[in-house]
Design a binder for this molecule. Structure first.
Ligand SMILES: C[S@@+](CC[C@H](N)C(=O)[O-])C[C@H]1O[C@@H](n2cnc3c(N)ncnc32)[C@H](O)[C@@H]1O
Length: 213
């Protein structure tokens, strides 16, 4: 055991061990879901699964995975999926950063939705917003050239935040010319009023190309 590991307080070590075990199990589940190389459509914070269920129904050739922190929401989402017998749809209870650490190498992110994320309206809570530069880094690790990210929120400040986070990231680029790929109200879209949407593309080459010109 390294000196560093030996010096960790017991509670912290227990937390890290549990986290490692959750990530190991998530990876096992992902490998069971798709044993061979595939591209994946991901919804982060899928809630009750309204949107992704409709998406998977319309796109039977797409492997769709929804992730949410809340067990009850995932159970409801799974009921929707089972009722329609959708073999291409999976819902997993996980924290998104742990989930991304579990992502096996043979899967590639094709498309990711973040719909009506918790707004964390106070400035001092902005660090809790789901869309952060570090999340874009982690998504970039599993993306390919052209992977699309779709972000929608009813909260103007959160929208401005999303625009800024993406605009200041080197590898993700906001694209006004790409249409929203599929319309079907999510649970929160139905509850809330106006909203704004943006799409960004993963293109690490774009930065390199423009720098070399
Ligand atoms: C306001 S709800 C929106 C749900 C759904 N996208 C919709 O539009 O109906 C935000 C969801 O994100 C989930 N969530 C928040 N932080 C998360 C995280 N770090 N990892 C996974 N899910 C998260 C919450 O549990 C919640 O279900």
């Amino acid at each position: 055991m390294s000196e560093m590991a030996a010096s960790l307080p017991e509670g912290q070590q227990r937390f890290l061990d549990r986290q490692a075990e959750r990530i190991r199990r998530l990876r096992e589940t992902l490998v069971e879901i798709a044993r061979v190389p595939e591209t994946v459509t991901l919804e982060i914070g899928c809630g009750h699964g309204h949107y992704l269920t409709a998406y998977a129904l319309q796109h039977p050739d797409k492997r769709c995975i929804g992730v949410d922190l809340v067990t009850k929401r995932i159970l409801k989402a799974c009921q929707k999926r089972d009722k329609r017998n959708l073999q291409n749809l999976h819902f997993l209870k996980a924290e998104i950063r742990e989930f991304l650490k579990a992502w096996p190498e043979h899967l590639t992110l094709e498309r990711v939705f973040i719909l009506f994320p918790d707004p964390w309206p106070k400035k001092r809570h902005a660090k809790n917003r789901i869309l952060q530069s570090s999340l874009l880094d982690a998504l970039g690790q599993i993306a390919k050239e052209g992977t699309q990210l779709h972000f929608r929120t009813d909260h103007p400040e959160n929208f401005a935040w999303g625009m800024e986070v993406i605009a200041s990231h080197a590898d993700w680029h906001i694209r006004d010319d790409i249409e929203w790929p599929f319309e079907n109200p999510s649970f929160f879209q139905d509850l809330l009023g106006d909203y704004q949407s943006l799409t960004a593309c993963f293109s690490p080459l774009e930065t390199g190309e423009s720098e070399s010109q």
